[in-house]
Design a protein around this ligand. Structure first.
Ligand code: ADP
Ligand code: ZN
Ligand code: ZN
Length: 802
């Protein structure tokens, strides 16, 4: 038996499979999708089996050294997807496969067999297990190699399981369970009317009161106030049984999640869900764009679509941007589908993520809610993928493999013949344009549930405020309304747009701005540790007391941060209780949730925060939303700046007046005539779309053109320039007439981590060979020994130009 394997050498010359022999004793075990260790030159490397075959053109094949997985970790679909994705994103096979697996699978670990069903375990194998213990996989390989296949088939049938003990403690958790063993004895003890065994009787009546089954020891102890020895005494008498079982670490345990029933859909929702249900029913692949204003009940549409998929015995993935994957959001899914839901997001520990992922692989769940990488959930009977807030830039990974979750999902939708649903109040221009062309089906939800009105928005020009003598960061209108809200005991959300807002240090005498010595970017002021930090490389220095350039003492912090807003609030509205949410206050695990829960319980009047509070929050008492510095993002060197501003303002405004109480929004800024601000205030997506499309067409940007981007970086500026010029001349002789090449020019951030950055941009409509040319360029410089410090990144469909 021969295995075709991709090995862990991310370099241009090895983006293909290599053949290895499968040692005879493992032939029954080996399957595509398993990880292996193979010899590669003098080294031992990890790899994935992609295919098994009977012959090879290569002579003198080496043996696989070790198979790492008892069962495949990649499904055959994911193997195929990885190959497509590698081509699509110009990445290495190995990198794409690694991106599909949880981080715990990359760590070093040891494997153990554990018993799941004692009764099915043959006696001759049972003796090898230490009492209540785990049997080392390696020990079996060494001591009983001929029994290995038997063990593995027991894993397949679910009698045994294999656990990975990862060095970072991702190993599984065991917990005690208790159940009634002998009902008659229990009943007898209960009848005895003595004081003596009071606690024991409490335990028994609790257990008998519940339907027969195993119950968490901890729950029973808490419920009855008994202690462990009490239950152990009952076990000794043979009345109850105590068992240790593996449980998953459930990051959402201990939380009371309210069960929710499907709501009767509004007429609007019924219209919107129709094409989705149609596609589910006919097992057909469609991409459906649900364009629904904030508060129009998109989530309910998602939930009921998922229900229809589950009713067909299929599985569902719902992608949510990391930042809005709040406990509130998760609860809406858990409340409807209970323990059938797995959650994948970066807030989980490595071990927790691994547990959630295993639930999917073992088919213990049928719904996954997660951020970008959940698009790879290893379901085999996928019935739908929903991408909420489809326009979010976090669906694009800006590191290898540079995939977009939308593309991955649509690929999977075709593979499984199932619908892909894109949902947003502010669809990306790309998606909306495709819907208008008929490539996607368009579903529109034009009004809020039960016709709640959209909030009334007022734009305030801060230049005028200044002229009239108001030097505070709050306009008079905003102040009045915040006071009014306080009086009525209603809540306010204050949003500070931080993107593009430099909280930098400026010398008022000479204009000196503190910059990172390694990157061409100004340092950001952090009050908490009185430091200046670089957001690109982590460089940090203390705040200078005098200007390094002119020695003036008038050097000070400039710009607005959430801390500063908080201080100002304390001055002007001392009676208001404020919760601040930003990177600083939410860095500890669980703090995000704690703060939101506190706000939900009305322990605060004002929620102040950055991008983190822009989405997904649904609080009935919020009647006022204040947006400070609405226009800062408009000035970023990014062709999506207007689109992002419009989306953000719409999202944030959408937090107001979602329930019975009416909402109001104040947008403050300096460039308030800008169309993205004006149209956002009128909740007018369609006019924004039309206007922005004209601009994009004029400047030849997406969605009219794709953007190919090659970025060259080198510690020596001249080398970066030289390489990019060579690439540009290589490309210019090949590109079709319709394509436009820009550059080479310096990148918008000209230097990061002491490396100079140069770029070549290609605007194109149809250039089927471009990926191959990019690869040729990369390969060319890889072979050039004098260019070993050169780094190249290549993208066929760049989202930003940074
Ligand atoms: P969106 O995701 O479009 O912003 P949500 O799904 O959060 O909107 O819905 C807004 C509010 O309306 C939520 O509180 C939700 O529970 C409620 N809601 C949604 N659909 C219905 C319905 N059919 N009947 C009653 N209430 C609904
Ligand atoms: Zn830096
Ligand atoms: Zn100075």
């Amino acid at each position: 038996m021969i295995a075709a394997i991709v090995v862990d050498v991310p370099s241009g010359s090895v983006n293909k499979t290599f053949d290895y022999k499968v040692p005879e004793q493992w032939e029954k075990w080996a399957e595509p999708g398993m990880r292996v260790i193979v010899p590669f030159g003098p080294r031992k490397l990890q790899g994935f089996i992609l295919e098994l075959k009977n012959s090879s053109d290569v002579k003198g094949l080496k043996n696989i050294i070790e198979i790492l997985d008892p069962l495949p970790v990649l499904t055959s679909e994911l193997i195929e997807l990885g190959q497509w994705l590698a081509g699509h994103t110009l990445s290495f096979y190995i990198t794409t496969y690694q991106a599909m697996l949880p981080a715990a699978m990359k760590a070093t670990y040891e494997k153990f067999f554990v018993v799941l069903k004692q009764e099915n375990l043959p006696e001759h194998l049972a003796v090898s297990f230490p009492r209540h213990g785990e049997l080392s996989f390696n020990e079996v390989m060494k001591e009983f190699p001929d029994q290995l296949n038997e063990y593995l088939s027991l894993v397949k049938s679910g009698t045994l399981d294999v656990i990975y003990k990862v060095k970072d403690k991702a190993n599984k958790k065991k917990v005690k369970f208790v159940s009634i063993l002998n009902k008659e004895l229990a009943a007898e003890l209960l009848k005895e009317n003595q004081k003596k065994a009071e606690k024991q009787r409490a335990v028994l009546s609790e257990l008998l009161y519940r339907p027969p089954g195993d119950y968490l020891m901890q729950d029973i102890l808490v419920e009855t106030g008994a202690s462990l020895p009490t239950v152990q005494a009952l076990a000794k008498k043979g009345i109850v049984q105590i068992e240790e079982k593996e449980v998953y670490r459930d990051p959402y345990k201990g939380r009371n999640i309210k069960q929710s029933e499907p709501l009767p859909l509004t007429d609007n929702q019924l219209d919107a869900i129709k094409p989705i249900l149609n596609s589910i029913e006919n097992d057909q692949h469609d991409t459906i764009l649900v364009h629904g204003v904030t508060g129009s009940g998109k989530t309910e549409v998602y939930l009921q679509s998922i229900q229809a998929v589950l009713d067909k015995g299929k599985e569902a993935i719902c992608l949510v941007p990391e930042i809005s994957l709040t406990p509130m959001m998760v609860n809406r899914f858990k409340g409807r589908f209970g323990s059938r839901v797995a959650v994948l997001h970066s807030g989980l520990s490595v071990g927790e993520k691994y547990d959630e992922w295993r639930k999917i692989l073992r088919k213990e769940v049928s719904v996954v809610v997660g951020a970008r990488s959940a698009a790879f959930a290893p379901f085999t009977n996928l019935g739908i993928v929903i991408i909420d807030e489809e326009h979010e830039s976090s669906y694009k990974q800006e590191d290898h493999p540079r995939y977009h979750a939308r593309d991955v999902s649509i690929w999977r939708g075709k593979y499984h013949s199932c619908p892909i649903v894109l949902g947003s109040a502010t669809p990306s221009l790309e998606a909306y344009a495709r819907a208008k062309k008929g490539r996607y089906i368009l579903s529109e939800l034009k009004s809020r549930v039960h016709s709640n009105p959209m909030p009334e928005v007022k734009i305030v020009d801060m230049r005028e405020e200044l002229k009239s003598g108001n030097r505070s960061m709050f306009s008079n209108d905003l102040m009045e309304m915040m006071k009014d809200g306080l009086k009525k005991r209603e809540q306010t959300v204050l949003f500070l747009n931080r993107r593009g807002y430099a909280s930098f240090i400026l010398c008022r005498d000479c204009g000196y701005v503190a910059e990172c010595p390694h990157c061409d970017i100004s340092l950001t002021y952090h009050k908490r540790n009185a430091a200046l930090k670089c957001h690109y490389c982590g460089y940090q220095e203390t705040i200078p007391s005098a200007c390094p350039s002119c020695a003036s003492e008038h050097i000070r912090f400039f710009g607005t941060g959430t801390q500063k807003v908080e201080e100002e609030l304390a001055k002007v509205l001392p009676e208001a209780r404020v919760i601040r949410m930003d990177v600083d206050t939410t860095s500890k695990k669980g703090s995000h949730e704690r703060l939101l829960t506190a706000f939900e319980k009305e322990e605060a009047d004002i929620l102040l925060g950055t991008q983190m509070i822009a989405k997904g929050l649904d609080f009935p008492k919020v009647t006022l939303v204040g947006i400070l510095a609405a226009d800062t993002m408009l000035h970023l060197p990014d062709f999506r700046a207007s689109e992002k501003t419009f989306q953000l303002l719409t999202q944030v405004s959408g937090r107001a007046g979602r329930h019975e109480l009416e909402g109001k929004v104040i947008i403050q800024g300096y460039d308030t005539e800008h169309y993205s601000i004006q149209l956002a205030s009128q909740h007018d997506y369609h006019s924004f779309y039309d206007y922005e499309m004209k601009t994009r067409k004029l400047h030849q940007y997406p969605p009219f053109f794709y953007l190919g981007l090659l970025t060259f970086s080198h510690p020596d500026l001249m080398q970066a320039v030289d390489a990019s010029e060579k690439a540009a001349s290589f490309l210019s002789s090949r590109l079709s007439e319709q394509s436009i090449m820009l550059g080479p020019v310096t990148s918008p951030i000209a230097r990061i981590k002491d490396r100079y950055r140069y770029q070549v941009m290609i605007k194109y409509k149809n250039e089927p060979e471009l990926g191959n040319w990019f690869e040729e360029i990369i390969f060319h410089f890889q072979k050039d020994k004098s260019m070993k410090d050169l780094q190249i990144t290549a993208e066929l469909n760049a989202q930003t130009l940074m």
